[in-house]
Structure formats: C-alpha cells, structure tokens
Design a protein. Structure first.
Length: 614
C-alpha cells in the first residue's frame, strides 16, 4: 500500500531537518577545530620563537652563524614548523632554514615585521603564521618562526570528512527508521481514507479492518460505529420519507382541489411579474385559457394588476384595487407578497419571491351599490327642494314671529314668556336639524358624484400651506368655541402641488371637524412635510380615540365612531369616505393611527408630480 501524501511530506520534512542539523554540526565542528588548531599553532610558534630568542643572544653577539643555523634546524622536526630565520638589529638575515634560497616574501617580511603574529603567503609554498620574538627586546635582532597553515586545513578537512561519514551513516539509518515508522502509521491511515471515501459515496455498509489499539484504531472503530448508526438512521428516515411523501402528495392534491374549486380567482406571480399558477376561476374571469396565461407576464391582464403586483413586491402590506373583468364584470384584487423567509431560515437569503393575488367578482355588489347610489341621489335631489322651502318658510315665520307677534304680546306674563322661549328653542331646533339634513344631502350628492366619476376637477398649482390655513380659518369659530389651541408645523419652502384647491380644503375641513367633534381638551395639531416625493399631511387630536376594531372601518360610508344606539351621531358618516375618494383621485393615500383615550392621527399624502384628470 502506498504511503499517504501527508506522511510523504512528513518524511521529507524529517529528512530535510536531519540534513540541516548534520550540515550545521559539521560546519560548526570544522570551524571550532580550525580555531583551536590555529590557536595551538600560534602558541607553539610563540614558544619556539621565544626559546630561540632567549638562547641565541651570545651566539649572535659572537657572530657565530653556524651555531645559530644548527640551533634553528633542529626545530624543523616539530610538527607544523615550516621555516625559522634570525635577523640582526639592522634587518639582515643571519641564519635561515629555506632551501635552496630565501623567498622574496620573507625578505620583505624581515624588513617590516618586527613583532607579533602575521599571516604570510609564500608563492609555491602556501600560507603560514609568521611568529616573531625579539632578542633582547629587539636590540640584537628578531627570531621568525613560520607555522604551516596548510597542515591546519588538512587536519580540519580530515576531521570534517570523518564526521560527515559518521553523520551520513546516522542520517541514513534515521531515514530508514523514520520511513518504516511513518509507513507503519501511513498504511492504516490510507485504509481510513479509503473507508472515508466509501462513506462519502453513502456506502455505509462498508467495513474497515484496523486492529491496532492506538488512537488510529480508536478512530477506525469510532468511524465504523458512526457509519453503522448513520446507516440505521438512514433506513428509518427512508421509511419516514416515503410516508411523508405520500402524505405530502395527498395534502397537495387536497390543496389543489380546493384551489381549483375556489369561487375566487387565484394568480401567483414571481418577482419578475411572470404568472406561475392560476386556478380555473381566474381563467374564467379573464376569458383566457390556462396555457395562455402560464409563463406570461402579468401585463396581459391589464395595467391595474401590473401596478398592484409591482407595489406588492415592494412591501409586506396587503394591497387591493378594483379591476375590470370580461363580460362587463368587475373584480376586487387583493395582493400579498410571498417572502423567502417562509422557506429558509437563513436571514441573508430572505427576500420577496413573488406575489399572490386573490380576485373576487364584485359585479353584483357594484350593481347593488350603483342602484343604491342612484336611488339615494334621486331621493336627495327630491328632498333638497322641499327642504329648502321648509328652511325658507321657517326663517320667514321666525322673522315674522319676532318682528310682528312678539311686540304685540304681553311679555310680563310668566306663562307667555315660557311659551315664547319654547317657540324660539323650537325654531332653533328646526333650523339646526334642517341644516344637518342639508349637510347630509350634500355629502350624499358629493360621494355619488365621486363614485360615478361625474365630478369636475379644477387642477392647478397650489400651496398646501394655504390650503391648511384656509380650512382652519373656516372653522376658527369652532376652535374658539371649544377652547382648543391649533398647533401647526409646516416644513419651510414646500414645493407646490398640482391639485384641486377646493377639494383639498374640503378634506382638511373634514379632518379638522372630526378632531373638533371628538376632542374636549388638549389640542389639535397639523403638520406638513416633504417625504419621498410626496407631501405628507397629518392632523392630530387628543380626543377619545378610535377602537382598534373600528380603525379599518372609519373610511367606509355611514360609519360612526362610538355607540350610535346610546349616543347621538356626531355627523353623517360620509366625511371620511369623501376625503378618501378625493385623496385617491389625486393619486395619494389616507390612513389613521389611533389609541383609545389618547387621540388619533389622520395622515394623507399628495404627490408633487402632476396627475392628469379628464
């Protein structure tokens, strides 16, 4: 079995480390030996030179060169000594051991070298340590002894060679030993590697046969046990998965049956607006077969659905709009985005995958509402004329009564005074109720015109600030009567908007009126600011607030806040629906936030961008 790559690299690392150690030891030993031999030769040369210098004083003084020559020749037998020569005080060589002649390097050396140790190189002979000893402190002359450095080099390389041989033997022995040790570990690891590959291929029935009692054997047994457990778990999960698939198929079939038999239309689109699924009801509503819609863009179903889907893909809110269906039918489409977090726990992978649209056929409701609206409009028109006459006659009778009859009556009579006061109160009640009925009729006619599309719009560039203060001035008497302060915060330099001035004033009056009706103490505040290319206006009060169950109903027609069975209604219930129609006609939105006992805040937006109206 081949050695694993890991242990190949380990073996190569050991070899490389051993090689570095061996060569480092050899170099250090050679350098250390060289230094020791050099010091030894310096000491030996110094001792020889000093010995000759101390014993040759008289000989030199007597100019007995033969005796000096005989003295220095005997030192040539000492290991390492290559030459010896003696010079007198004038620098002339008296005796020497050079054969056949004195080298020129020595001649130059004898003239300049007067003490100490110097490295000398002699052509044809090699390198030497020239050791100088003065005779009688140099007054008589000097003794030069040359120690052969070539012998040092030979000894050093001889020792290094022997050491390298020994180290090489140890190195080879260590490599062979390391190979067998590494290979012994590598083989079971190779078996484990092959076994792991089988597990990776889901072959959990495979076996690994490693009998060692060390950590590798323990690892092999652990992996084998783990594989057996996984194999058992997989078997259980396989059976459970089969049951789950069957159950899921049954559930899917059940849900498909429900969706296909829904009376409402269902359309599912992805985030690119491509239709992925429809049910038969939706196919019938648009007069298209399923294959004509699946895989196509939602654009084939009209601009309103395209706008609804695009808005739904940008928010998590539930959005709705009315659309036109085939065969002169009408539908209400409700859209909700599909979030990726429903399918993934990875927070980074969350997002909107698409949108689901539910469509209900509201043709019958529209027809009933149309008939109701037409009936209310007719009745309102029919009531307006006699009501105007009644209010006119009441005002005329009241004026005649006050101008003609009262002066003729004895007002000192207590009973008569009570009757007169009651009549005056009755006149006030008749006039107040008549005005309330007139306001109701006007609201009904307004909302009828808005719903039928017969309103004539007068769009122009206007200032939202002027609209707010014009509405406040129209109701300033009511603010003073209730003693409520009017607070306002309008962002400076707001851009002008393209809108119907009178209709927006009507919206502001409706919102201010509502706030005044339901606020007894505190304040009423109005704010306006630029946000996301729209003008955002809010009206805040500190009144009774709106119950959470009624927040979504306040913009429905004839809805009243509070218990209208126990309390007198405080309006027609049409002010907010009319305001909603006006704001939506401008391309904006209107909504409310409220808490019981703390008050309400009504918001609406009007886009700055021009909105064309026919």
């Amino acid at each position: 079995m081949r050695m694993s790559r890991l242990f190949q690299r380990t073996l190569l690392g050991i070899i490389f480390l051993f090689a570095i150690i061996f060569f480092a030891i050899s170099i250090f030993s050679g350098w250390h030996l060289y230094e020791n031999l050099t010091e030894e030769y310096k000491s030996k040369g110094t001792a020889i030179a000093s010995s000759i210098a101390s014993s040759s004083v008289e000989t030199i003084l007597n100019l007995d060169s033969a005796t000096v020559q005989a003295m220095i020749d005997q030192y040539l037998d000492i290991e390492g000594v290559s030459y010896v020569f003696v010079i007198d005080s004038s620098g002339e060589i008296i005796s020497h051991t050079f054969v056949p002649s004195i080298p020129s390097e020595i001649v130059e050396l004898s003239k300049s070298h007067r003490g100490g140790i110097r490295d000398v190189r002699i052509e044809g002979m090699g390198e030497f340590l020239d050791v100088v000893a003065p005779i009688t402190e140099g007054a008589i002359g000097f003794v030069h002894v040359g120690m052969n450095k070539n012998i040092i080099d030979r000894k050093m390389w001889t020792v290094i060679g022997k050491q390298l041989g020994l180290l090489l033997f140890i190195f080879l022995f260590s490599v062979v030993l390391a190979y067998f040790m590494v290979n012994r570990i590598s083989q079971p690891l190779n078996e484990l590697t092959e076994y792991a590959k089988k597990l990776l291929k889901h072959d959990f029935s495979a076996k690994v046969d490693i009998k060692s009692s060390d950590e590798i054997g323990l690892l092999a047994n652990t992996m084998q046990s783990m594989a057996d457990n996984i194999n058992e778990i997989f078997d259980r999960y396989e059976y459970a998965l089969k049951d789950a698939v069957v159950e899921l198929q049954d559930t899917l079939a059940y849900l498909t049956t429900i969706i296909d038999n829904m009376a409402d239309g269902l359309i599912v689109v992805d985030r690119d607006g491509v239709i992925n699924h429809i049910n038969p009801a939706a196919s019938d509503m648009f007069g298209l077969a399923e294959h004509e819609m699946i895989g196509k863009n939602i654009e084939i179903l009209g601009k309103k659905l395209v706008e609804l889907v695009n808005n739904s893909l940008k928010t998590e809110d539930i959005l709705s709009t009315e659309i036109t269906l085939t065969r002169n039918r009408f539908g209400k489409a409700v859209a909700k985005s599909i979030k990726k977090e429903y399918f993934s726990e990875d927070s980074e992978a969350r997002g909107i995958l698409g949108s689901v649209i539910l469509i209900r056929d509201i043709t019958q409701e529209k027809q009933v509402d149309k008939v109701k609206t037409e009936f209310i409009t007719i009745v309102s028109h029919e009531l307006r004329t006699p009501l105007t006459s009644i209010l006119g006659f009441v005002e005329m009778i009241e004026r005649k009564f006050k101008d003609t009859l009262i002066p003729q009556i004895d007002t000192k009579d207590t009973k008569i005074n009570k009757v007169l006061n009651k009549i005056n109160r009755d006149f006030d009640i008749i006039r107040s109720e008549g005005e309330r009925i007139t306001s109701l009729i006007n609201d009904i006619l307004d909302i009828s015109k808005l719903e039928s599309g017969s309103v004539k719009w007068n769009f122009e560039e206007i200032s939202i600030e002027e609209v707010i203060f014009d509405a406040y001035r129209a109701l300033s008497a009511l603010f003073e009567q209730k003693g409520l302060p009017f607070q306002h915060s309008i962002q400076p330099d707001l851009p002008k908007i393209y809108a119907d001035r009178e209709r927006l004033i009507q919206v502001m009056i409706n919102l201010f009126s509502n706030a005044l009706k339901f606020t007894e103490r505190g304040y009423i505040a109005c704010r306006a600011e630029l946000r996301n290319g729209e003008i955002l206006v809010s009206v805040e009060d500190t009144g009774v607030g709106i119950p959470e169950s009624d927040v979504d109903k306040v913009f429905e027609k004839f809805k009243q806040v509070g218990d209208i069975m126990r309390e007198k209604p405080k309006g027609t219930g049409l002010g907010l629906p009319i305001s909603k129609q006006i704001i939506e006609a401008h391309g904006g939105k209107i909504w409310v936030e409220s808490q019981i006992g703390r008050g309400s805040i009504f918001y609406f937006t009007v886009p700055i961008k021009r909105l064309d109206k026919k």
